[in-house]
Write a protein that binds this ligand. Structure first.
Ligand code: SF4
Ligand code: SF4
Length: 97
């Protein structure tokens, strides 16, 4: 995955992924059915039946599966902050663009 880049920055340096709030999630799996990128992994035998197994497969700035979750159990990082960090990485860390 490390060869993949987004706006010239290695994807694995960008902290963009869904986070599951297990106090809300009822494992309806709507998010899993919706996302074609294999970000989630179902673990039928385990107590925690759904995990974010491949966070770097998540499309940067996509939040689409969040809308499928009627229980509001999915959250994403702050877009403006992640955007700022990407810009900083592109300019060598000093943020002067
Ligand atoms: S859609 Fe929401 S409630 Fe359903 S499995 Fe995904 S995170 Fe859990
Ligand atoms: S935000 Fe988009 S790419 Fe990421 S897990 Fe959800 S649907 Fe998939």
């Amino acid at each position: 995955m490390s060869e993949e880049t987004f706006m010239g920055v290695p994807r694995d340096k960008i902290d963009w992924k869904p986070t599951i709030d297990y106090s809300k999630c009822n494992y309806c799996m709507e998010c899993v059915k919706f996302c074609p990128h294999k970000v989630y992994q179902v673990q039928e035998e385990a107590e925690i039946k759904l995990i974010v197994a491949n966070p770097t497969n998540c499309v940067v700035f996509c939040r689409a599966c969040g809308k499928t979750c009627g229980l509001d159990a999915l959250s994403f990082p702050n877009k403006a902050e992640v955007s700022k960090k990407i810009k900083e990485m592109r300019t060598g860390g000093n943020g002067n663009d």
